[in-house]
Design a protein around this ligand. Structure first.
Ligand code: NAP
Ligand code: ZN
Ligand code: ZN
Length: 346
């Protein structure tokens, strides 16, 4: 066991503070990672505030981890000391069910092990990336390509894969009209990735406040959802809509913007349920779907895609002590476009 410094929420809704945690000894197939950067995902806030239900405290959030391998167990074959690596939302899964065998460990039938706010196979709680070091089985570690610096790569481990996976699954590409709802951490990655895939990209944001940024990130069009004219003008327009909104939304209104056979894929995880009139999907044979992060193999594919296209996150680097303030700014939709903790400051 190694004692490492971390930032943790001691209880639900309590501010995060500096503490120490124990990391397990490096096992046969484990990799010890010196964490350099940890992204701040809105999911960290939902969980640290117990918005999704009962949680495990103290909680060390953080599932957008970028760092360097410091030690490997004797059975490790894929990584060496000095390798640049990332860890996302999962650190284990059953490895035997049909979804694990297909490389979709995020949908493990026996429950994947979350990077934090979960219990590992050793029966101990897992602790996330707002810390100096982490020990992870090599099968759940991803290589960060040389072309990507670690700070802008960190958010790809959640925001990047969560948007890449549905864009790829629903075939965003040339000739496709794709709308991204919400220009936050996930939304800005979705715009960059959909643009790189060759789709015609529209941002649907609450206001036009971030329009210049959205167009620079790769959007072709930008509309405000607060303006009722947006819904008249864009009715029946899109092949695919990806909603990244963290609060309950009017999904009926978004569905009205799809073409016949279009799909609205929700990746936002609001704390409250939403109501939906099912006539919104009947008319136009529309699909309403969801998507959760991505498998390990697809996460590597996404990082390679991002390196090839020169895509990283737009980040605001913060010290660990600034994390509580950053949470408030995320909640106020005042994020441009991902806070990343420099873990040297913990
Ligand atoms: P974020 O940075 O806060 O971005 C969310 C964006 O949604 C905001 O920037 C804002 O964009 C828009 N928004 C916020 N409140 C709104 C409201 N009341 N009405 C309309 N729009 C609103 O959050 P994030 O880190 O991107 O995460 C987004 C959501 O995805 C969270 O719920 C998170 O838990 C979830 N998530 C899911 C997965 C998954 O696997 N499915 C993975 C990661 C995160 P505008 O200012 O442009 O309107
Ligand atoms: Zn996340
Ligand atoms: Zn499984």
């Amino acid at each position: 066991m190694t004692t490492v410094a971390a930032y943790a929420a001691p209880a639900a809704k309590a501010p995060l503070e500096r503490t120490t945690i124990e990391r397990r000894a490096v096992g046969e197939y484990d990799v010890l990672i010196d964490i350099k950067f940890a992204g701040v995902c809105h999911s960290d806030i939902h969980q640290a505030r117990e918005g999704w239900g009962e949680a495990i405290f103290p909680m060390v959030p953080g599932h957008e981890i970028a760092g360097v391998v410091a030690e490997v167990g004797p059975g490790v074959t894929r990584f060496q000391v000095g390798d640049r690596v990332g860890v996302g939302c999962m650190v284990d899964s059953c490895r035997e069910c049909e979804n694990c065998l297909r490389g979709e460990e995020q949908y493990c039938l026996n429950g994947m092990v979350g990077t934090y706010n979960a219990v590992g196979k050793d029966g101990e709680p897992t602790y996330g990336g707002y810390s100096e070091k982490i020990v992870v089985d090599e099968n759940y570690v991803i290589r960060i390509p040389d072309g990507l610096s670690l700070d802008i790569a960190a958010p790809l481990l959640c925001a990047g894969i969560t948007t890449y996976s549905p864009l790829s699954h629903w075939n965003a590409g040339p000739g496709k009209k794709v709308a991204i709802v919400g220009l936050g951490g996930l939304g800005h990655m979705a715009v960059k990735i959909a643009h790189a895939m060759g789709a015609e990209v529209t941002v649907l944001s609450q206001s036009l406040r971030k329009k210049d940024d959205g167009l620079k990130l790769g959007a072709d069009h930008y509309y405000a959802t607060s303006d009722p004219k947006t819904f008249e003008e864009l009715a029946g327009t899109f092949d695919l809509i990806v909603s990244t909104v963290s609060a309950p939304m009017d999904f009926g209104a978004l569905l009205s913007l799809l073409k016949v056979d279009g799909a609205l894929v929700n990746v936002g995880a609001p704390e409250e349920p939403v109501a939906l009139n099912l006539f919104s999907v009947i008319g136009g044979r529309k699909s309403l779907a969801g998507s959760m992060i991505g498998g390990i193999r697809e996460t590597q594919e996404m990082l390679d895609f991002c390196a090839e296209h020169g895509i990283g996150a737009e980040i605001e680097l913060i010290s660990a002590a600034e994390v509580n303030e950053a949470y408030e700014r995320v909640l106020a939709s005042d994020v441009r476009y991902r806070f990343v903790i420099d873990t040297a400051t913990i």
